[in-house]
Design a protein around this ligand. Structure first.
Ligand SMILES: NC(=O)c1ccc[n+]([C@@H]2O[C@H](COP(=O)([O-])OP(=O)(O)OC[C@H]3O[C@@H](n4cnc5c(N)ncnc54)[C@H](OP(=O)(O)O)[C@@H]3O)[C@@H](O)[C@H]2O)c1
Length: 235
């Protein structure tokens, strides 16, 4: 059976799917045969992105920072598909390398946690029953080596603490979903040339490939791990 046929009928949701790594992840999953839902806080941008990709790709309104967003999106996916095979928690904000923890900007820090941590958390919790129904669910938290405690240094206080927390959440979710056939991993895409990463990073296709790897792991694949390019990173 071809990969496309094997994935035909499978449904993937990518948050922050209207540009950058999320959009490219959607492109690659669609090429593998998935029906892809591009989550976008601005639905019009999501629709434009879906049109750009073509194929079995559509937009879904999803502001991960909105308290009721997860429930609404999960209800729509339940109604239309009855399950979810892949969730990619990709949406994130506030990479703040020049900021310092000793001069905290609480607005930035709170906003970063609301999107990067609570956003991913509420979508994961909202979609967990649908991922469990799949029987082969894959939950990918798009993290960053910036969240690794093993190499944590000065700067980027909002971003790094949110990604470290997302990593912790990954371990907890993996444990809570063990037995439901759902593999949960944190993935660093590397430094990627997007609006967030800026110029000089590697091509977006390369960054997204590691996410797609985690989204398409075989049933005996790893869970509760932290990876870049399919290789383990230290927590
Ligand atoms: N680029 C890098 O070098 C790099 C390195 C390590 C990790 N990462 C991680 O990779 C992921 C993608 O990064 P990127 O470089 O593609 O970032 P990006 O170019 O800034 O794109 C971020 C995406 O997230 C969306 N988003 C932000 N807040 C949202 C919300 N509340 N609800 C829904 N969507 C929201 C944005 O939507 P709008 O268009 O509406 O703003 C956009 O689609 C992030 O988790 C990031 O931390 C990136």
């Amino acid at each position: 059976m071809s990969t496309q046929t094997a994935n035909s009928g499978k449904v993937a949701l990518v948050t922050g799917g209207n540009r950058g790594i999320g959009l490219e992840t959607g492109r690659q999953l669609a090429a593998l045969g998935f029906t892809v839902l591009l989550g976008a806080r601005d639905f019009a941008k999501g629709e434009a992105a879906a049109r750009q990709l073509g194929g079995k790709v559509e937009a879904i309104a999803l502001d991960v920072a909105a308290p009721d967003a997860a429930a609404l999106a999960a209800a729509e996916i339940e109604r239309r598909f009855g399950r979810l095979d892949v969730l990619v928690n990709n949406a994130a904000i506030h990479y703040d390398p020049r900021a310092r923890a000793l001069k905290p900007d609480w607005t930035v820090i709170r906003e970063a946690f609301e999107t990067n941590v609570f956003g991913a958390w509420r979508i994961a919790a909202g979609c967990a029953p649908l991922l469990s129904t799949s029987g082969h669910g894959r939950l990918v938290n798009v993290s960053s080596e910036g969240g690794s405690l093993a190499s944590m240094g000065a700067g980027a206080p909002a971003y790094s603490t949110t990604k470290a927390t997302l990593n912790a959440l990954t371990c907890i979710l993996a444990a809570e979903l063990r037995g439901a056939g759902v593999l949960v991993n944190a993935i660093c895409p590397g430094w990627v040339a997007t609006d967030m990463g800026g110029p000089g990073g590697r091509p977006v296709a390369q960054g997204a490939a590691g996410i797609v790897w985690a989204a398409t792991l075989p049933d005996d694949g790893p869970t509760g791990g932290f990876f870049r390019d399919g290789k383990r990173l230290p927590w």
